[in-house]
Design a protein around this ligand. Sequence first.
Ligand code: MN
Length: 487
Amino acid sequence: MSKEFWFVVGSQDLYGEDVLKTVAERSAEMASWLSEKLPYPLIYKVTAMSSNQITSVMKEANFDDNCLGVITWCHTFSPSKMWLNGLELLQKPWCHFATQYNLEIPNEEIDMDFMNLNQAAHGDREHGFIGARLRKARKVVAGYWKDEKVIARLAEFQKVAAGVDFSKHMKVMRFGDNMRDVAVTEGDKVEVQKKLGWEVNTWAVGDLVKEMNAVTDEEVEALFNEYKANYDIATDNIYAIKYQAREEIAIKKMMDRNGCKAFSNTFQDLYGMEQLPGLASQHLMAQGYGYGGEGDWKVSAMTAILKAMGENGNGASGFMEDYTYHLVEGHEYSLGAHMLEVCPSLAADKPRIETHHLGIGMNEKDPARLVFEGKAGKGIVASLIDMGGRLRLIVQDIEAVKPIMPMPNLPVARVMWRALPNLTDGVECWITAGGAHHTVLSYDVTPEMMRDWAKFMDIEFVHIDKDTTVEKLEDELFIKDIAWKLR
Ligand code: MN
């Protein structure tokens, strides 16, 4: 069954049968037209006219696994006390679409009948009040339903709601614990399950090794051929590549068997493995799985969620780490990479498979990895941290560039960017907010989408953009800290 959204349209019985018939016809027409333009179909469900009817459709929406969210609109005036009970029960993401059927006010045609039928400007205000009065998380989108910009915003709402659904079904497979002594990668696993729906559990590295030993040579050969088709092979060490294939197949089998969409491991715990999974993790991310290094299960789950919220349900988003800066005035950039594991969805060109020595950790043999440059373009970096008692999602706007130097001896994939408002103020803001060195870097999930996702998940959201200053941010964090403690 395909995932879908429901269109619930408000009206009432004051205006007679003809008006209701027109409302129903137009609503069905709008839903079907919008379904062609949106990432997920919009199904017209009902012209709602009573409290019982609205309560019933909202309960149905909660129960139906294929319904990712509800979009409401008031074609006529729709008294909101009849929405109160249903909206209070609604557990799926809600978008209030303040639109109207007609683009123009028809000069000759307009009379009181027209006014009563087409009074969204009136009805949507009543509808807006009840959302505000209930303190209910919602996305408000206003504008003409055939406007491309409006459709794009509805599409973003749908992707966010898909991200909410994906989060609520998230299971993370941890191999080993977090890297010793690291604080920011830690977190309250019970809290994330309660708030975000994530089931975060651990599996033994020994079980993975056993699974790797059971992988057949034919399976390894098939995946090696897939690597050859997708990437340029720039090493003679075919053994290392095939070893990564064996690791990938085993990790994927264990994740799929347990319904996991993300995993973490640590270079400090690779007992029985010859190489840290590099190429293996990169190719798994390319397929939509989340990954976090050093046991960072939070960034792993977030990677998978941002991917799911991106283009076609597997967008250009990947696990990233801030490594080092270029501080030359007027040319300030961050250089991001990881020991091995950078997702090829971020690549500007076809990645190369290389093998190099990896000094850190328990690697007996040189691990194979994909090496490439990141794309240029606007994006974000996102970091989820545990503040003790609540979760904070920090998002910073970035402008990625083609790396300004080739760095021929750097043996890993690299992405270079300029953080907003500028490198040093941006770093000061990020550090002030407590953002991690691990992030999810995304080219196709927008800050507004992340803000809405945080809103539906009921967690704190901090956005660092072109207008952020440390002074304003410190005040914002101070006020939010008090507000969140009061909730
Ligand atoms: Mn790391």
